[in-house]
Design a protein around this ligand. Structure first.
Ligand SMILES: NC(=O)C1=CN([C@@H]2O[C@H](COP(=O)(O)OP(=O)(O)OC[C@H]3O[C@@H](n4cnc5c(N)ncnc54)[C@H](OP(=O)(O)O)[C@@H]3O)[C@@H](O)[C@H]2O)C=CC1
Ligand SMILES: O=C(O)C(=O)[C@@H](O)[C@H](O)C(=O)CO
Length: 284
């Protein structure tokens, strides 16, 4: 199988992130090493995990087994909701770093804002310390709504490098994306395929036929063409390989407009609402 090389996006602190990464939510820990190793073989250099996915050890084992130089690999992990708070976040980071078996994490994210606990500003102070010490190369957030971002920027020193949020054709979060752009925060799209649900949309299937690619490639191309980082998950090496192969064709303005028109507001959401998601809602 051929290897695809992936361009990078430059974050607001100069760190380069490969524009397509592999997501490993719901990949069982005992299958994670194989899943990530096969992805690295077809060209992935960026893996997105979380303490709450319970598979950081498998990710780390794959990175080591690949024999690839560490500086060619980009690994993101996330703080569990229950570990927010200054001291607890610092302790949890050490657990993640140990599980991954790396000296430095490339990108560390607050997984959810959990506004009901009101700990994300204090937690961010711990993230700033990790950045200043060089334990992480970049820090960011996930599932942050405009109000959460504005408050963080007003009350702390480091503007998040990334906001990892749900974005796909049926759920585009225009307001969140616009606020990120205005603040210099890179948008990283999670569930970029809508967990598979967007792939049967007529506009997606029509563009795939016209371009001679898969529906997933159309949806991922739509995202990267608009400057987003994407992290599709797949258990299949064939799908991993095609999901990363989105840099040799382009959507026309008409095809882009047809995908843009799939926006369905909250009907399109596949995950939780960050405004109300509580830390007890997920084990992470
Ligand atoms: N920060 C956060 O709160 C969140 C972060 N994430 C991150 O984003 C990643 C991706 O999101 P996820 O929710 O997994 O959803 P995705 O949008 O990546 O969709 C994954 C689903 O699509 C299927 N699929 C993958 N490729 C193809 C293809 N080419 N054709 C048809 N079906 C395909 C997969 O099946 P199969 O595996 O069988 O190929 C799986 O069922 C996660 O793994 C995680 O890293 C996700 C949710 C929330
Ligand atoms: O995958 C993640 O990172 C998540 O936080 C979500 O998928 C979350 O667990 C969820 O949406 C549960 O339905």
């Amino acid at each position: 199988m051929t290897q695809t090389s992936v361009p990078t996006v430059t974050l607001n602190n100069g760190v380069e992130i490969p524009q397509v990464g592999l997501g490993v939510f719901q990949v069982p820990d005992d299958g994670t090493q194989a899943n990530v190793e096969q992805a690295l073989e077809v060209g992935y250099r960026h893996v997105d995990t979380a303490a709450g996915y319970d598979n950081e050890e498998g990710v780390g084992a794959a990175l080591r087994a690949s024999g690839l130089p560490r500086e060619q690999l980009f690994v993101t992990t996330k703080l569990r909701n229950g570990d927010q708070g200054y001291e607890q976040a610092l302790r949890a980071f050490e657990d993640s770093r140990r599980a991954l078996g790396v000296d430095q994490v490339d990108l560390y994210l607050i997984h959810w804002p959990v506004p009901s606990r009101d700990l994300y500003v204090e937690t961010w102070r711990a993230f700033e310390k990790l950045l200043a010490e060089g334990a992480v190369r970049a820090i960011g957030v996930s599932n942050f709504l405009p109000d959460h971002l504005e408050r963080l920027v007003a009350e702390t020193d480091v503007v998040p490098a990334v906001n990892q949020v749900e974005v796909h054709p049926t759920f585009q979060q225009a307001e969140v994306q616009a606020r990120c752009r205005a603040l210099g925060v890179t948008v990283e799209a999670y569930s970029p395929l809508g967990r598979g649900a967007d792939l049967g949309a007529a506009a997606v299937v029509a563009a795939a036929t016209e371009l001679g690619v898969t529906p997933a490639q159309v949806v991922l191309r739509w995202a990267v063409q608009q400057g987003r980082v994407v992290i599709p998950k797949s258990m299949s090496v064939e799908r991993q390989a095609t999901n990363i192969d989105v840099f040799s064709f382009e959507l026309s303005p008409a095809q882009t407009a047809q995908l843009n028109a799939l926006e369905s507001g909250v009907e399109g959401r596949t995950g939780a609402d960050p405004a109300t998601a509580s830390f007890t809602q997920f084990r992470h």
